[in-house]
Design a protein. Structure first.
Length: 153
C-alpha cells in the first residue's frame, strides 16, 4: 500500500524523530517499501542581523549542507536497520515547503512526522506539520511527541 515512506527529521531535535522513527520503520517493513529520511537546511539567513551575532567568515550555505549530509548519514547508519531500503536527503528551503516539495518530487505515498511545540493557533499540531498536512498530496501520519516532563504535547 505505502511503498515510498518519508520521515522528516530535525537532527538537532530528538523530539522530531524519537516517536516517529519507530512508526516509520514499522510501516516501511510491513509494506516492503523504501524509507526516505530527510532533513531541511533553512534558507540562508543574512550574514548580519541586529537580532543575531555576526556569522563566522567561513559560514556558507554549502558548508551547512555538507554538515547536514554528514549528520544525516550518521543518523541513518545509527537508527535505520540494514534490512530497510533507505534514501537520505538534505533539502534546502523553508521546512514545510521543503518537505512538501520532496513529497511531490519523489512520489511519496506516506509521510510520518512528529508534531511538537504546538500553539493554540496551530490547531494543536506544530506549524510545520500543519503546513505539510494542508499541502501534501499524500497521507500524513502525525505522531505526537512528548515534552521534557513526559507529557504529550
Amino acid at each position: 500500500m505505502y511503498k515510498q515512506i518519508l520521515l522528516p527529521v530535525d537532527l538537532a531535535q530528538e523530539a522530531s524523530w524519537e516517536k516517529a522513527l519507530p512508526t516509520a520503520l514499522k510501516m516501511t517493513l510491513e509494506n516492503e517499501g523504501r524509507l526516505h529520511v530527510i532533513t531541511v537546511v533553512p534558507d540562508p539567513i543574512p550574514m548580519y542581523s541586529p537580532y543575531l551575532a555576526p556569522m563566522p567568515a567561513d559560514w556558507s550555505t554549502e558548508h551547512l549542507i555538507a554538515q547536514a549530509e554528514e549528520k544525516l548519514t550518521s543518523f541513518v547508519e545509527e537508527h535505520v536497520p540494514e534490512d530497510i531500503s533507505v534514501t537520505g536527503a538534505v533539502v534546502q528551503g523553508s521546512i514545510g515547503s521543503g518537505i512538501v516539495d520532496y513529497i511531490e518530487e519523489n512520489g511519496i505515498d506516506l509521510t510520518v512526522m512528529a508534531s511538537h511545540n504546538p500553539e493554540f493557533k496551530d490547531y494543536f499540531i506544530g506549524p510545520n506539520a500543519a503546513h505539510v498536512v494542508r499541502h501534501a498530496a499524500c497521507s500524513i501520519f502525525v505522531v505526537r511527541s512528548a515534552d521534557e516532563d513526559g507529557h504529550s504535547e
